[in-house]
Every structure is written in C-alpha cells, then in structure tokens.
Design a protein around this ligand. Structure first.
Ligand code: IPD
Ligand code: CA
Ligand code: CA
Length: 260
C-alpha cells in the first residue's frame, strides 16, 4: 500500500504544483478574505479540487481532510491531510515561498506513514516514507549538525488571530530571538519543516497549526534525522499541532527557551 501511496502522491502533488505556478503573479488571481488576515484564492480551491477528486478515485476507502473544506470521512486506516496551497499570504503577494503539502497518517500504526511537500517555483519535491529516510528530488537529505543555539538559524510563525489572543507566540519569540543567530518567518509551515529536514535551518517552532500545515513536514523532518515533538518534548500528534522541530542537537535548549 505504501508504494502505491508514494507513487500516486508524487504524481498528484506535481500536478497541483503546476496549478499553483500557473496562478502565481497572474493578473486574474481572485483573493477572498476568510477573515481580515486569513486569505484564500481561487488557486487554493482549484488545487484542492484536483487533489481531492483524484484521491477519491484512487483510494475510495481512505479518509481525506483538506483545508478548504473537502472531506471524505468514512475510512479505516489511512488519513490524508491536504493543504492545497501552504503559504497563501506569500502567494497572494507574489512572494515565491509556497507549496502543496500532503501528509498521510496511519490510524492502525498511530503515526505518520508518509509526507510529500512540493515547492513548484523552485521545483523542489520533498518526500518521506516511514522508516525509509527523506528525499529532495530523489536525493537523500539530512538535518544540520549545528550543536549550539547561538549559531543556529531558526524559523517560526504566528497565528492569524494574533491580535485576539495573548497566545500569539510573542512571548516565545522574545525568549528565543536574543539567544540565536537569527529568526526567520518564511510564511509556510510545511516548507519550514522541510528546511529543517535538509539542513537549511536548524530549528522551527509554531503552535496553533492545523494538521494539514505540519503533518507532511513533520515526518520529512523526522526521517531526515531531526527531532519533532511538542514544546514540552512529548510526541508530535498531527491532531494537536504544536511543533518543535530541530536537528536534534539543539532540541533540549529550544525546549527550555520555549518554556515561558
Ligand atoms: C499558514 C502558513 C504559515 C503559518 C500559518 C498557516 P496557509 O498556512 O503555514 O506559515 O504561520 O499558521 O496557517 O494559510 O498559508 O495555508
Ligand atoms: Ca497551511
Ligand atoms: Ca493553505
């Protein structure tokens, strides 16, 4: 089953990436506001429809949970978490940092089974199957070997409702920021996790995510040798999406800095 999932997902994610690329910086892009700070475009919906319809045909017995509302709720083992466009704000502003993210969770095993993240602008396809390592365009990737936070580059993100809640990452940001070499806010959780996986950054933390934001990236970071947990070090769970992902070496120190 996993090899079937792998072949299918790698094909469909490239097709969805082509939809994103056609819509990127296009004059007829349609932007709607889910809230004042949370956008959705016609391209998010087109990409989701393509993936959802193909998934339904190929795996009629699987559960599908996609960000823009498509659901197939009857199923046994596998759950597909689909973010048809991660990094929508970047996309809508013409900033080239966005991707398609597809994570596959096995209920039977109680863990992620596979993850696929495709950045069509840079033509980078990240993927991982449980127990088989992580790959970027087919070549194995590993996390960085940086072993101290003061020489680490880390990334984070802030929730859309940051003005309405105190739990908006400002305390954590203020705790981490002076201690590290640099903090980045790229605007795509899935790509942040893949950047940990391939060693471009040393760590990433964010809370109030949704499973489609982080399920795929989490297994890609883990299979690349990284450590992926909640802030307190307990097991990552896509349905409780609070994520601290690091190269492993700076994990304990990052946990301590996030204890605020
Ligand atoms: C968002 C991005 C962003 C993260 C937000 C997500 P979207 O997803 O991943 O980096 O900070 O929490 O909601 O809305 O672009 O799919
Ligand atoms: Ca997302
Ligand atoms: Ca999205």
């Amino acid at each position: 089953m996993l090899s079937h999932i792998d072949a299918f997902a790698r094909g469909i994610i490239r097709d969805a990436g082509a939809v994103l690329l056609r819509g990127f910086r296009a004059p007829d892009l349609v932007v709607e506001y889910k809230s004042r700070t949370d956008l959705v475009t016609n391209i998010d919906r087109e990409s989701e429809r393509l993936i959802f319809d193909a998934l339904r045909r190929e795996f009629p017995g699987h559960v599908i949970i996609a960000e823009e509302g498509s659901r197939a709720e009857e199923g046994d083992d596998y759950v597909w978490y689909v973010d048809p466009l991660d990094g929508t704000n970047n996309f809508a502003h013409g900033i080239a940092c966005f991707c398609v993210s597809i994570g596959v969770y096995s209920r039977r095993e109680g863990r992620m089974a596979a993850g696929f993240v495709y950045d069509p602008f840079h033509d980078e396809l990240f993927h991982a199957l449980h127990g088989s390592g992580s790959f970027l365009n087919g070549a194995p990737i590993r996390v960085s070997t940086t072993d101290a936070v003061d020489i680490s580059i880390v990334a984070t993100g802030f929730p859309y409702n940051k003005k309405e809640t105190e739990n908006n990452n400002s305390r954590e940001f203020c705790s981490v920021m002076p201690e590290v070499q640099g903090v980045r806010r790229f605007g795509s959780a899935a790509l942040d996790l893949c950047s940990v996986a391939c060693g471009r950054i040393d760590g990433y933390w964010e809370r109030q995510l949704k499973p489609w934001d982080c399920a795929a990236g989490a297994i890609i970071a883990e299979e690349a040798g990284g450590r992926v947990t909640r802030y307190d070090g307990s097991n990552f769970d896509p349905e409780y999406p609070e994520v601290l992902a690091t190269n492993g070496r700076i994990h304990e120190r990052m946990m301590a800095l996030l204890r605020v």
